[in-house]
Ligand binder design. Sequence first.
Ligand code: PHE
Length: 463
Amino acid sequence: MMQGGKGDRDSFTSKFGVLAALAGSAIGLGNIWRFPYVVGQNGGGAFLLIYVIFIAAIGVPVMMSEFMIGRSARLNPVGAFKKNAPGTKWHLVGMLGVVSVFIIFAFYTVVAGWTLEYVVQSVRWILFPAKFGFESMNNDALTLFFSDHYDSFTQGIWRPIIWFVVMMCLTGYIVISGVKNGIEKYTKILMPIFLVLLLILVSRSISLEGGREGLVFLFKPDFTQIREAPFRIVLEALGQAFFSLSIGMGTLITYGSYIKRKENLAGTAVSVVAADTFVAILAGIAIFPAVFAFGIDPADGPDLVYKTLPVIFQNMAGGLIWAFLFFVLLCFAAITSTISMLEVIVAYFSEQLNMSRKKATILSMISAGFLGIICTVSPDVFGIFNASPDLMLPLGGFFIVVFIGWFFSGEKSKQELSSDGAFKIRYYRLFMFLVKFVAPLAIAFLFALGVYSKVINIFPSLG
Ligand code: PHE
């Protein structure tokens, strides 16, 4: 039986393995599916600017704090707080994290399952173009075709459920094999392929005629839209930052607990944050030029990549082969994230409730499976879950930085950050300033304003 004890605990074995697993968790549907449409709905460049500021000033310190909590305790989020702050209520923060991950895991795996449907469908579209009549369709007809496909697929019951279950099983298969032989092994293969695919798509997209406008939209800050609903938009940027970096819920406490003592935590955090942001921006560069070149509305919403991209691909030389590549890429990105979520729940079950890894994995899959199936059949539940990161993750992140800033001893912080003296920590005072003041105050402020504006939206009379 796998225990939380020190001796027999699995860990990542190489620096590349650590980076692949962490970047694999951070980079996912959040970068390629969620980021472009959230940017599209919130005015483009100006939103991107706010997002990048949050990533640097709040994202990096929260991520480092999670690593410190996880690696010092070598336990799951609940166990890690219990060990670092025995006899206090801090473990509830770990529990909040496990619950958030559980919810996100369920809805995320649903969307991840869609990628499989699209991988399979794009093979059919490529092999039998005549059957679908693509040749004779103009762009309007194509748009109608892919919209209908998306609507009938997502509103159907069985196919989304089947792909959801398949995705869940693939995730479970990797997680059951363990940290080193499962997670590290697969992310080391999947992430490099993912990057190559993305670069191919980017190079195709920026050479499209008429795509320049898309780059202007993405990079040129225009604050008019933000002025209309500043609080809501700013909270969305914060929520997106947390979601995309996989922070605020203990995923990186868990992965941090598998990082060896010789690794440099600050360097690792900065690399992961940089890679995640780079990929989100690359995804924007792959998508917006194409969206503008074909006259599609960038504020289209969650179905942007599923409804509109196939139309765009069909218009390009090579046609739907691009769609196939894109959905394979999305699928790889998604699965390296779902395994990091499942691992949190498995680590919690196996270490806190003393279950074997296998039993913990199966139990987590079945329980999250029920929730996911509810998500696939009820658009309302899906919508609520999709919106949940905006609130739950900043809340978790707030407590995590407050814990490191005010309750974790300076001595221990230095030990973790310097890896027991192996690295110099010249940034120590800046880091402490960020975790003690900047990050908690900024999160609390943005959170309060964001909640207020959401409430006003629902009950306008209160305004
Ligand atoms: N960061 C992942 C993404 O961008 C999502 C994720 C959330 C992963 C929570 C793990 C935990 O897609």
